[in-house]
Design a protein around this ligand. Sequence first.
Ligand code: DHB
Ligand code: FE
Length: 281
Amino acid sequence: MARIIGGYFTSHVPGIGLAIAKGLKQDAYWRPFFDGLVPVQNWLNEKKPDVAIVFYNDHGLNFFLDTMPLFAVGAADVYHNDDEGWGLPVQQSFQGHPKLSWHIIECLVEDEFDVATCQKMKVDHAVVVPFQLAYPDAASWPVKIIPIAINTVQHPLPSAKRCLALGRAVRKALETWGGDEKIVVMGTGGLSHQLEGERAGFINKDYDLFCLDNLGPHPEALTQHSPVEIVELSGSQGVEILNWIAARGALGLANPLQKHRNYHIPISNTAAATLLLEPAA
Ligand code: DHB
Ligand code: FE
């Protein structure tokens, strides 16, 4: 059986990619965030996962407002990156694991998750930036990926409860998979931020700390709020926490071990956070 060895959660601000491209990682503004990734890099280096299941949201590269699935699972051989408008240098493509993707899709549909299936899928900064942070000097990415896009963009959004259940169903699917891959799950985006409108720049540290404190031990606490309530609490893009909640679901019911956590305000418009959890033994 494949094994989930940990969960890596991080913000995916595109400015991080620009800072990397400009060599600014040790700049006073960026350093408190980049330094918070070193324990994640070391952990990945030690554990060497084979596959990453990435819960993220697309920002208009693969899906636009005219066609927006609530949950979309990648089932491609390869996932190319492109710049959806932030001026980010295009990064190397990711290898997929289509057989495992289709196994997960079959199990999810059997579990009544009516997901979209994507045999072609481009991945934007919400996938690429967390990998640049995790594997800073990689010429090619050392893991295969299975991207799972959650609609955090166009309302109605899926509920936090449903996202947690999706992650749990992905975990259940892995229990019937014949391979012996080591798997890391990833949740990208958040924490609180709002990019547009009257509340542009909105950050809510209290709510962010509530999420960081409870995601591991009490993920249900994060499902008490509807998506619109999460937008009120955390900003119109802070609702990307749904990706973290889904990834947490894949770590199982028991309380995971918190290996590392970092929180820094602000990076661009975002309360930037990194969290590393290991499932209970
Ligand atoms: C920013 C944050 C995001 O999550 C994103 O997708 C785009 C921009 C920001 O803070 O600049
Ligand atoms: Fe985003």
